[in-house]
Design a protein around this ligand. Structure first.
Ligand SMILES: Cc1cc2nc3c(=O)[nH]c(=O)nc-3n(C[C@H](O)[C@H](O)[C@H](O)COP(=O)(O)OP(=O)(O)OC[C@H]3O[C@@H](n4cnc5c(N)ncnc54)[C@H](O)[C@@H]3O)c2cc1C
Length: 419
């Protein structure tokens, strides 16, 4: 494999999902010399329900991608629901205050590619498809070895700041990346497929509750409904044993249909558009914010249970918080002490904004993966549908990002007086 001399940047962003592309875009706009490294070739499919909450669309407008994404997105979602057993409960989505627009789904093929293109237009240097394969630190600088495996090339990129935006599934050399884990019955595995000709109300996004897992459905535009879900490994194994000859995704769908009449009805006349995707195990919880010049954003920092469909929003919003915190410094002033202060401030803002959503997602996951608590919750919601709306609000569906108690104003910085 050939190697060249190291290239120097102010920041290296590892991974170009919604978090990485947002961070690269905003740091490049702030005048930083940014490299963004992404191992996958775009457009690429991803295990994800693809719903982007109303609270994130104003931010997408500030990133200058809102209109382009609206053109490719599904219809506005105005109702949340629960499909569990024979029950179907729905309620209006909580209001967001600032944005009357509502949330909507946009395919990851579009979202990730559009954000990345905008980051490059803002001045970020793109390394794609390159993989970060080694990482070293010393004297206030970090070195990432990146490889283009197809062409057999290797480079070294250096910078004082690393933005860890590699998601939570891929193992790798960064201290923020997960290590190999032993498979466990309780592992949650993610699945996703799109269906043509499904019969789901345009304005409805139901949560699907079934033994050992949970999921969601939403219209993604172009006459397609996406179904994404998480299921425990032991329940997946049992579903596969009950449905021999089917793929893992097909067995999961059969298990969901056995336990959710709403899904059976919604997909009765539909056909699967492409193959099922599977991934995981997912790693819900707060992981690692980095340190020593490494700033973790998106799923690398923390992963909310997908039951609340907030991961993309947290990815984009956390990257924006981080970039605004860092972007207040000129890159030349990114001395270790300044980076430590910026990191502390970023963590503080992160917890203030996202910790409640993480807690709500863990509670709902616990509740809706178990038949008895699900039955009790659904019975309560049938009596008081506003509970469903309140639950959606707790999961972050209505709260704009805050900084010092004020709505987050990305372009109206400075907000840095609480460091
Ligand atoms: C079943 C399921 C359904 C979901 N539904 C929703 C939903 O409806 N709405 C919602 O908001 N969220 C949803 N989520 C969560 C959402 O998908 C994630 O929170 C989101 O993708 C996180 O974005 P990210 O940018 O942090 O990471 P990712 O999107 O995972 O991006 C990380 C990127 O880093 C790259 N990378 C990794 N390692 C390296 C390396 N060494 N070198 C170079 N590149 C690397 C990867 O190729 C990838 O492109 C769902 C998740 C699951 C599992």
């Amino acid at each position: 494999m050939s190697a060249s001399p190291a290239s120097s940047y102010d920041a290296i962003v590892v991974g170009s999902g919604p978090a990485g592309a947002t961070a690269a875009l905003l740091l490049a706009r702030a005048g930083w010399r940014v490299a963004i490294v992404e191992k996958a070739t775009f457009p690429r499919r991803k295990v994800c329900g693809e719903f982007v909450s109303a609270t994130t669309w104003p931010l997408l407008d500030e990133l200058s991608v809102g209109d382009e994404l609206r053109d490719q997105a599904g219809p506005v979602v105005r109702r949340v629901g629960v499909f569990a057993g024979t029950s179907i409960v729905t309620a209006p989505m909580p209001a967001t205050g600032k944005s009357a627009e509502g949330g909507r789904a946009v395919s990851r093929e579009s979202l990730d590619a559009v954000l990345l293109r905008r980051a490059v237009a803002a001045g970020a240097t793109l390394w794609q498809p390159w993989t970060v394969t080694a990482f070293a630190s010393g004297a206030g600088r970090h070195a990432c070895t990146i490889e283009d495996r197809e062409r057999g090339e290797r480079r070294v990129l250096e910078a004082p700041v690393i933005v860890a935006a590699h998601g939570s599934w891929d193992r790798g050399p960064l201290p923020t990346q997960p290590h190999r884990q032993v498979a466990a019955a309780s592992d949650l595995l993610g699945f996703k497929a799109r269906f043509l000709g499904g019969a789901l109300d345009n304005d409805l996004m139901p949560l699907l509750a079934f033994p050992g897992g949970y999921g969601g459905m939403v219209n993604t535009g172009a006459a397609r409904v996406s179904l994404s879900c998480c299921i425990r490994r032991d329940h997946l194994d049992a579903a596969r044993a009950r449905h021999p000859g089917r793929t893992a995704g097909e067995a999961v769908l059969a298990h969901i249909i056995e336990n959710c009449d709403g899904v059976r009805a919604g997909l009765a006349t539909s056909s699967c558009d492409g193959q099922w995707l599977g991934a995981g195990p997912i790693r819900p919880g707060i992981h690692d914010f980095g340190g020593d010049g490494v700033f973790a954003v998106g799923n690398a920092a923390a992963e909310a249970h997908p039951i609340v469909a907030e991961g993309i929003s947290i990815a984009i919003q956390s990257a924006a918080l981080m970039a605004q915190t860092l972007g207040r410094f000129s890159p030349a002033a990114s001395a270790p002490a300044a980076l430590v202060a910026a990191h502390a401030r970023y963590q503080r803002l992160w917890r203030r904004n996202f910790a409640p959503r993480m807690r709500a997602s863990a509670l709902y996951a616990w509740l809706f993966m178990r038949p008895l608590p699900t039955r009790l919750a659904v019975a309560s919601m049938q009596g008081f549908p506003s509970l469903l709306r309140i639950g959606a609000a707790w999961s972050g569906k209505s709260r704009q990002m805050q900084s010092r108690g004020h709505p987050f104003a990305l372009l109206n910085a400075p907000i840095g007086d609480d460091v």
